[in-house]
Design a protein around this ligand. Sequence first.
Ligand SMILES: Cc1cc2nc3c(=O)[nH]c(=O)nc-3n(C[C@H](O)[C@H](O)[C@H](O)COP(=O)(O)OP(=O)(O)OC[C@H]3O[C@@H](n4cnc5c(N)ncnc54)[C@H](O)[C@@H]3O)c2cc1C
Length: 426
Amino acid sequence: MLKYYEEPSKQIPIIQKVEVLVVGAGPAGFGAALTAARMGRKVLVIEQSGAVGGIATNGIMSHWTGHQDGGCFVELRERAKDCESPQVINPEKLKLVMLEMLYEAGAQVQLYTFFSDVIMEGNHVAGVITESKSGREAILCDIVIDSTGDGDVAAYAGVPFEKGRKEDSGMQPMTIMFKLGGVDMDRALFFWGFEDTVQLPEGDIQALARKKLPAPAGHVLLYPSSLPGTVTANMTNVIGVDGTDVRELNRADYECRKQINEIVKFLRKYVPGYEVCYVCDSANSIGVRETRRFAAEYQLHENDIAEARKFEDWVVTKSRFFFDLHNVLGPGLDSDGAYKAFKQENCYTIPLRCFLPQKVEGLLLNGRNISGTHKAHSSYRVMPICVNMGQAMGVVASLSIEEKTAPRALDIKEIQSVLRSQNVDL
Ligand SMILES: Cc1cc2nc3c(=O)[nH]c(=O)nc-3n(C[C@H](O)[C@H](O)[C@H](O)COP(=O)(O)OP(=O)(O)OC[C@H]3O[C@@H](n4cnc5c(N)ncnc54)[C@H](O)[C@@H]3O)c2cc1C
């Protein structure tokens, strides 16, 4: 039985009142803060880590996946481009580009600040409580955009949520990304997907990885980076862990770190071009693919993506990515073959209703925590789509403040007209 400590109440300073408070500065939070600031709102974005960018930077991500046209994603991609291929990310360059764009737009950025609680007035989020080196502080606001990935704000505010797949709540595995230096790029092999393979003298490389690497690691994903002799590896793998539990996060982190050495030994021994490779960087934070998905006015369904649906109340457009369901029980892809079965060439849209949480006002969902099924989430969670989700929420928050109208009561045609003026259209 847990014992409890009763925390005495105390006065905490209200350090600011802003119009739009963005919690979390990942791809989704970036898009939201940038857009609301560009629309003239007083914006503050708080972020627990020491850099903006979320998984894109702190997760040392390799590339923007999927297809996303228009909006501030395209602007960010072009400005942060570091080599011939605009899809390849240099996380170090991206950190500064994102920060510069936010400051140029007039947003305030406060790093090293952890969201720890909501301030509620009835069912309305009126602000948040933060923890930092400056202690426990309060920030008041007109609207909060929850861009924490895990939906920490929405969870504390009492929005109902689901985790993982229907049958057993199993969530996608976690990964610590790492970079390898000393790779002979002229001879090196790259593997962009779980289905990419090659026949080595010792056998099929993906089968060999399953045999030789410590389970649940066991697949080979290697991407060229924009830096000479450097490759990004997406090969550590931990299953059965919940990213909203700090002790499970610690366990997963340790498990991934132990796998890195074994993976390097494997690559040196078997894979051409990697004979003298070494680890030159690893993500400071473990990459969490999936946690809470909240209840909103509409839950995006996998069929909406498979059929490339055009919703009347679209706010995100021109999105396309297959169902990237990593195996919940081991290495590689989910055995249901969703990836292979995905044939849709057309883009899908995401409706405003997926961002409007049930039961709570003054709050917008954003990024990988919006309302969708486990399978739909495996497509819309990719970073380009999340950046443009953020843009849409920046517009919605700004209009809501300007017109003193709750987001769910706004005229969708007006939202879409503003989005069109910002290069987001069907
Ligand atoms: C291992 C891995 C590989 C991936 N590979 C790709 C890929 O190749 N291409 C691609 O496009 N996508 C990829 N994805 C998916 C993509 O990175 C994420 O789904 C996407 O970053 C989600 O964006 P987000 O802004 O919603 O959340 P995040 O990127 O997770 O950002 C959330 C931010 O909120 C902050 N935060 C969280 N809680 C708090 C709190 N309580 N207080 C303050 N701040 C907080 C976090 O520090 C973080 O900066 C990958 C994901 C993982 C995990």
